[in-house]
Structure formats: structure tokens, C-alpha cells
Design a protein around this ligand. Structure first.
Ligand SMILES: [Zn+2]
Ligand SMILES: [Zn+2]
Length: 234
């Protein structure tokens, strides 16, 4: 793999335990937030980017701790490097999608690559989860734990991860502070409305989404209400 321009991943420390990583050369619409949460016994990696460059190599220092790599849903911009990790977690409804390689089409900027890189042929590698998740499952890092919330709508397998103690939610593409997408062939608007009703009742303090900057509960309620209102006026 040849990547022409600088380091493929950028990263910033959010607090004592959370890092955000992202791919600056990827089109904004396909540039997901990659979250890393360190714990006492193990770490959690929430989403893995496009897989064009090795995330496992690029953030090797973070992954010295045993790391559970999790997909918030199967979409290619979130699952590219999932195959690089030994422990792979995904919702039950995503298994069949993850088994199918995902083409990435126009999501990448041509000038980020050396000329001999065949961008059009690149596709996200398929892989099987090693732990299949359902709503209510708990992901225990030793000193903190996340409850799995099944949040279908954007995709059938969308999940969020909620730590009730720190009131932190990783929401994937179920909700983020930007235009929410429910127009894919496997999107489900009715399920999305139910997901929004569930999310707006959560006593959350901070939401780390699959795209865009993080936000608090007030903004979460606004985003949920705006989506629900938008659907009822269609
Ligand atoms: Zn998505
Ligand atoms: Zn996404």
C-alpha cells in the first residue's frame, strides 16, 4: 500500500481515556470518526476507517493493550481496518454485510495516492465478527463498561455504546451533528424514528458520533426532534 501524502491518519486526545482518529485525505462525507477508549483490562476501538492504510500499524502504540475492535455498523467507511484486529465485534444484523467486500468508489481523493495506486479497484476487505452483539450486551473494559444499544434506521445493524457511569454515548451513524442518512436501500425510516425516540430519552452528557464534532444532551434532543419532525412532514 502506497499513500503519497503525509500520514494517513490524524489523531487527537479527547480526555484521559478517549482518543479520536480520522482520515484527513478522505472525502468529508466518508470520513468517519474512529474512537479509541482505553480501559483497565482492555481497550475498545469504535470503527476503523476505510482500510486504505493500516490502522493497526499507524496507531500501534494505542493497541499495545488488548483491543476489542467494534463496528458501529457495516458501512465501508467504518469497517475498512476491522479485519486487521483479532477481536472483532459487530451486531448480529451486520454479519452478512461484513461477509461482502465493500467498494469505496469516489470516497477518496485521487491526489492522496501515488499514481500507480488503483483506487477504482480498491475495496474494503470482508471479515467475520468474532463476537456477535445484541441489544443489551455489555462490553466490559475492566473499569468501565458500555451497554450495546441496537439503533436501526440508518442501517439495520447500527448500534450505539452507552456508558451510564460517565454518561458517554458512542452513536455511530445513528446520530451525529450533520445531515442524517436514511435513503439507502436497507434504511428503515420507521425504525429510525423509534431509534430517535429512544436516544432522546437517554440521560447522556456527551455524544461521540460516527461523523462530525461531539455534542451534549441538549443538541442530541434537538437532532432527534428535527429528524422526527422531518419525517412527519414528508
Ligand atoms: Zn453509515
Ligand atoms: Zn458513516
Amino acid at each position: 500500500m502506497k499513500v503519497a501524502v503525509g500520514d494517513w491518519f490524524a489523531r487527537e486526545r479527547v480526555d484521559e481515556v478517549i482518543w479520536r482518529l480520522w482520515e484527513p485525505f478522505v472525502d468529508p462525507f466518508a470520513r468517519c470518526n474512529i474512537w479509541f477508549v482505553s480501559g483497565r483490562d482492555r481497550a475498545l476501538l469504535v470503527d476503523t476507517g476505510l482500510g486504505v492504510a493500516s490502522l493497526h500499524e499507524a496507531a500501534r502504540d494505542l493497541f499495545e493493550q488488548p483491543t476489542l475492535a467494534l463496528a458501529t455498523h457495516y458501512h465501508f467507511d467504518h469497517t475498512g481496518s476491522l479485519h486487521e484486529f483479532t477481536d472483532r465485534l459487530a451486531h448480529r444484523a451486520g454479519i452478512s454485510y461484513l461477509a461482502t467486500p465493500g467498494a469505496i468508489g469516489g470516497a477518496l481523493q485521487r491526489d492522496a495516492f501515488q499514481p500507480d495506486f488503483d483506487l477504482d479497484a480498491y475495496e474494503v476487505k470482508s471479515c467475520a465478527p468474532t463476537r456477535v452483539l445484541d441489544d443489551g450486551d455489555v462490553i466490559d473494559l475492566g473499569d468501565r463498561a458500555f451497554e450495546v444499544m441496537h439503533l436501526p434506521g440508518h442501517s439495520p445493524d447500527s448500534i450505539g455504546l452507552y456508558d451510564a457511569e460517565s454518561r458517554t454515548l458512542f452513536s455511530g451513524d445513528a446520530v451525529y451533528d450533520g445531515p442524517l442518512l436514511d435513503g439507502s436501500s436497507d434504511s428503515d425510516v420507521d425504525a429510525y424514528v423509534a431509534t430517535m425516540e429512544r436516544l432522546r430519552a437517554l440521560p447522556v452528557e456527551v455524544v461521540h458520533g460516527g461523523h462530525e464534532p461531539s455534542f451534549g444532551r441538549e443538541r442530541l434532543v434537538e437532532l432527534c426532534d428535527a429528524y422526527i419532525a422531518g419525517v412527519s412532514s414528508r
